[in-house]
Design a protein around this ligand. Structure first.
Ligand SMILES: [Zn+2]
Length: 461
């Protein structure tokens, strides 16, 4: 755990609020600016465009992006030079002539993907572990950040009559409270973002009533977070017959939303539940409208569905291959986002009258849920590997209720201190009573379908 997190955990609550709020004001200055309201209005106006307008817009953006990538982005320029040397005369003007880009390629030489006319020092840096436990570094210009948050405001918040000025709560993967702590607060108020950041690691049945009290006390209007965490909160609220809390909407992210989860969360918070789809690489995004359809955000990316190297027809499930159109400074072209899904069979007609194209179901990667010895469900443990560790990849296996095995493919420099660090981080999230065995291995076996699983549970379901 980084020193500043340890220091933060030792602070009294009012001081933690100050630290979180200072971070929030900093993020706000990156995310919103003078153009924000104008951008939001523009994005809302796009939603009534005809298919013809969309096609023209995306074709123009793609043409610009492909040209920029092939001539100004070192990774792609070298790739094309090499093809030319081998006598390949294919044109870079056509997307289908570009190879599929893997996450590993971006991970191994991330700065090679940045356009030469950009200075990395002036860009927003995102370090993410994603769902595979493998770290990824991404850079966005201020313009890209502001475009993304204007889209988010329009299509995640305004569609459901909430805004960034409303008080909201987020259930996410940050350790805002030490896991061993058994007394509230299990959250921190971030004044810069109007946001109550709630821990996903304290959702034990006996602690849930404190969470529900906090939602009332902080006058929270809507919720956002990991589907599995929101579901844990909801089922306990129902069990404890505390279903009198009224939210305007609950928005889920990072994991697919199943019907049983939707119905529990709706019952608990007396409001609709809406699914969102996206990833840190912003190569594609989609969100659900009031009529229950997932609308793709064409400004963010061009989505292809591939099945056995062929383009899949609408309705057929395949791998999502996305070309990011929002971040022109670190272009990801035909990028393998790592999720499966399909385009909708419906002909882009939705009762909400928006013309944004429709996505079928996203199957995603569903990581198995882990259980703490005291019965808490912990949905995602990838933040364990979010901080920089000399680890190439890792897999967490729950053997029994109190034994966790971690398989680690070590990078150069991995040592005993890192092993201790991993044990500590898992115990911080699942309790000190959890036995954690760290094993170094040469590789992590893939599933039959060739998929990497970050988490495996051997507990009876
Ligand atoms: Zn709709």
């Amino acid at each position: 755990m980084p020193d500043w997190v340890k220091l933060y955990h030792q602070m009294p609550y009012p001081l933690r609020t100050l630290v979180a709020s200072a971070r929030g004001y900093h993020l706000r200055s990156w995310r919103y600016g003078r153009k924000t309201e104008l951008l939001i209005a523009e994005y809302l106006e796009h939603e009534t465009w005809s298919m013809k307008q969309w096609r023209k817009w995306q074709e123009e953006k793609l043409a610009f992006l492909l040209h920029r990538a092939a001539t100004q982005v070192p990774y792609y320029r070298e790739q094309w030079n090499q093809r030319r040397r081998q006598g390949d005369r294919a044109s870079w003007e056509y997307l289908e002539n570009w190879p599929i880009l893997s996450k590993d390629a971006v991970r191994s030489v991330p700065t090679q993907f940045i356009a030469e006319d950009r200075n990395i020092k002036n860009m927003y840096h995102e370090h993410t572990s994603g769902t595979t436990g493998k770290a990824l570094d991404l850079w966005w210009s201020r313009e890209t950040v502001q475009n993304w948050y204007a889209l988010f405001e329009a299509r995640c918040r305004l569609w459901h009559e909430v805004s960034r000025h409303d008080r909201w709560a987020i259930l996410g993967g940050q350790l805002v409270t030490p896991v061993g702590q058994r007394r509230p607060p299990f959250w921190v108020w971030n004044a810069g973002l109007n946001q109550l950041y709630m821990s996903s690691y304290h959702l034990a049945p006996e602690l849930i009533s404190a969470y529900l009290d906090a939602l009332c006390c902080y006058q929270v209007v809507y919720l956002w977070g990991y589907t599995s965490s929101l579901y844990s909160l909801a089922i306990e609220a129902i069990k404890q017959k505390r279903i009198n809390i009224q939210m305007k909407v609950v928005l889920t992210n990072a994991e697919p939303l199943y019907d049983y989860q939707r119905s529990a969360i709706e019952t608990a918070f007396n409001c609709p539940v809406r699914e969102t789809y996206g990833m840190a690489e912003i190569a594609a995004a989609a969100s659900e409208c009031r009529h229950g359809q997932m609308h793709i955000w064409p400004e963010v990316g061009y989505v292809e569905v591939m099945n056995n190297d062929q383009t899949a027809s609408p309705g057929v499930v395949g791998e999502l291959i996305c070309t990011g159109l929002l971040n022109m400074d670190m272009p990801l072209i035909r990028y393998q986002v790592g999720d499966e899904g399909s385009l909708s069979l419906l002909d882009n007609v939705c009762s909400c009258s928006r013309s944004l194209p429709l996505l079928g179901k996203v199957h995603g990667r569903v990581d198995d849920v882990l259980y703490a010895p005291d019965g808490r469900r912990v949905g995602r443990l990838d933040p364990v590997f979010k901080a920089r560790l000399p680890v190439i990849e890792a897999q967490i296996i729950q053997e029994t209720l109190d034994v966790i095995r971690v398989k680690v493919v070590p990078a150069v420099g991995f040592g005993a201190a890192d092993t201790q660090d991993i044990i500590l981080r898992i115990q911080q999230r699942l309790g000190a009573g959890m036995q954690v065995i760290v094993e170094t291995v040469n590789e992590i076996p893939r599933t039959k379908a060739g998929k990497f699983k970050a988490v495996i549970s051997k507990l009876p379901q």
